[in-house]
Design a protein around this ligand. Structure first.
Ligand SMILES: [Zn+2]
Length: 75
């Protein structure tokens, strides 16, 4: 399986960074436990999504995919 995430695959050219988690249901669920309400789940301390990856509850590949697309989106 080749994972080449990008805006074209999503078909949502108007998607912004803050909305990306909505397209990852498991990340959106975990995000409710993040320390910061506007957490990007990448750099923030107290991030429940990063913690879930660390504990093996969220596949790292899933988080990597999220991060790649996040950086391709407008802020
Ligand atoms: Zn987070």
């Amino acid at each position: 399986m080749v994972d080449t995430p990008g805006m074209r695959e999503f078909g949502l050219s108007s998607l912004r960074r803050g909305e990306l988690a909505n397209y990852y249901p498991e990340i959106a669920t975990l995000a409710t436990a993040c320390h910061f309400g506007d957490c990007a789940h990448i750099y923030e301390p107290g991030c429940a999504v990063k913690e879930a990856v660390h504990q093996g509850q969220l596949p790292a590949s899933r988080h990597n995919s999220y991060q790649k697309i996040y950086h391709s989106l407008p802020a």
